[in-house]
Design a protein. Structure first.
Length: 150
């Protein structure tokens, strides 16, 4: 099958299929005499697996580590590895939610400070009229960097 057919079978654009080839998730396909990519059913099954794993939020690196297990010979090991990866992803999501909640709290504090003060008649050159100060310095809003990869 051609790349457009393969891509459509997994609900992806052809550019994504080419990307997955470049990063090694999909093996380079054979070529027709006219140079078109020619995919088989194994490639379609693999692409569908990759697409589903990406939709679950797994990274290309995680999928790369999973592919040798998934190869169809040890479903139990593949199943367990997917469970492990999903649990890791759930931890990442929980961490990210906590970071965003902290950031939301910081924003609320700044909003309250702005609402509590009347704006000056003219904007200040340092914009402290729009960015409140605390102890004489602008309030720092910081979204913590994402947790290090596990």
């Amino acid at each position: 099958m051609r790349i457009s057919e393969l891509a459509a079978s997994a609900g992806l654009p052809a550019t994504t299929v080419r990307y997955y080839e470049r990063v090694g998730l999909l093996a380079p396909p054979g070529r027709t005499a006219s140079g078109y990519r020619d995919y088989d059913q194994d490639a379609a099954a693999r692409l569908l697996f990759i697409a589903r794993a990406r939709r679950m939020g797994l990274t290309c690196e995680q999928i790369t580590s999973l592919l040798p297990i998934w190869a169809g010979t040890n479903c139990g090991a593949a199943h367990q590895r997917v469970v492990d990866l999903i649990e890791e992803k759930q931890e990442d999501v929980a961490d990210r939610i906590a970071e965003l909640e902290q950031f939301a709290d910081q924003l609320e504090g700044v909003r309250r400070a702005l609402v509590a003060e009347s704006p000056p008649p003219a904007c200040r050159a340092d914009l402290t009229c729009c960015v409140p100060e605390s102890a004489g310095v602008p309030v720092v809003l910081e979204l913590r960097p994402r947790s290090a990869a596990r």
